[in-house]
Design a protein around this ligand. Structure first.
Ligand code: UT7
Length: 335
């Protein structure tokens, strides 16, 4: 079994054009801009039009990542899509994107680890490259959450948005790329964040629709407590496994759910604010797309350079969590 170093060779993202502001939401539910900004940090989010699906967003993000990596679709050996809003329960959204791209040499599969999905996807994809089984893996985090939101529930509808981000994984020089990671799960607490209907437990029926079981349900306070605990703990596990200290981290890219969660984790980790990338004010929580979209923006904002230690930390439904540390292996683009 080979043991190659694995890094990110291309990054891309795509969000729908349509912006839904807090003021727009005030016309839909009993809420206020002040409440949403103060309690979450979110000011606006992107909402895909009716005819847009997760594969459309993911395909565009993937095209941009391939361009950034200087690769053609047929160079890709495996496509992994992390999503909780697939186009269909089956076939996989990865297969639809494989067809859209004409990635004729790629295997394709979806994984579902909710908001931690992108971290799970990177770890899964990297394992194939590390072992020498595949040379190039495309990992996409894409969500069309607006389709599963209960737009009458002010507790949840103000939080989420649509988007997609993608990365290409390839071998890199030793000492660079993925240094460590941790993935975890706690299925016992699965009820705190769930879309109950539409699967084999509660298939679609007149009753399930009347009971509104096909939309996202969340116990916000429980998820909040879990998130704060987890962000700190999983980040520390990844640091320990990479034999690094908090001071060695150049940029933390957290799952973008709530500025108060990020702030609490930041304080617990004792990381200065300028070493955390935050874009949730403009996009809300895009679940598995949050981290790759933020990564793409951080690169374009010139916040990342070769040799930097980058920490991803996420949590989500399942419950799941995951962290990963990369030593950035890509030279800055000169454009
Ligand atoms: O990716 C993982 C997914 N989820 C998360 O990360 C979410 C984690 N949880 C959170 O971010 C927070 O718990 C929320 C933002 C969801 C809620 O904030 P909170 O500070 O925990 O508020 P709360 O649920 O304790 O509610 C406080 C009050 C309630 O009113 P009462 O019962 O005190 O009268 C809510 O009904 O705020 C009310 N409220 C709202 N008011 C105006 C809840 N949502 C809204 C709203 N606008 N949109």
């Amino acid at each position: 079994m080979k043991n190659y170093s694995v890094g990110i060779s291309g990054v891309g993202s795509f969000v729908p054009e349509n912006i839904l502001t807090n003021y727009d939401l005030m016309k839909m539910v009993d809420t206020s801009n002040e409440w949403i900004v103060e309690r979450t940090g979110i000011r606006e989010r992107r909402i895909g039009s009716k005819d847009i699906s997760t594969s459309d967003l993911g395909t565009e993000a993937a095209k941009r990542a391939l361009k950034d990596a200087n690769l053609k679709p047929e160079d890709i050996d495996l496509i992994i899509v992390a999503t909780i809003t697939p186009d269909h329960l089956f076939p996989s959204t990865a297969c639809i994107i494989q067809d859209n791209l004409k990635a004729t040499n790629a295997a394709a599969m979806d994984i579902n680890a909710a908001c931690t999905g992108f971290v799970y996807g990177i770890v899964t994809g990297a394992s194939f490259v590390k072992s020498g089984m595949y040379d190039r893996v495309l990992v996409i985090g894409g969500e069309n959450l607006s389709k599963i939101i209960d737009w009458k529930d002010r507790n949840t509808c103000v939080l989420f948005g649509d988007g997609a981000g993608a990365c290409v994984l390839e071998r890199c020089d030793e000492g660079y790329g993925i240094l460590s990671y941790e993935l975890g799960s706690d299925g016992e607490n699965r009820q705190v964040l769930i879309q109950p209907g539409g699967g084999s437990k509660i298939p679609a029926s007149m009753e399930s629709i009347e009971d509104n079981l096909h939309t996202l349900k969340m116990d916000g306070r429980e998820v909040f407590k879990f998130a704060v605990r987890t962000m700190e703990r999983t980040s520390k596990v990844a640091l320990e496994r990479a034999n690094l200290q908090v001071e060695d981290i150049d940029l933390l890219i957290p799952h973008q759910a709530n500025i108060r969660i990020i702030d609490a984790a930041r304080k617990k980790l004792d990381l200065p604010m300028d070493r955390i990338y935050v874009n949730l004010d403009r996009y809300g929580n895009m679940s598995s797309a949050s981290i790759p979209v933020a990564l793409d923006e951080a690169i374009r904002d010139k916040k990342i350079k070769k040799g930097d230690n980058i920490l991803f930390a996420g949590f989500g439904a399942g419950l799941t969590w995951g962290s990963l540390i990369l030593k950035w292996n890509k030279e800055e683009d000169n454009v």
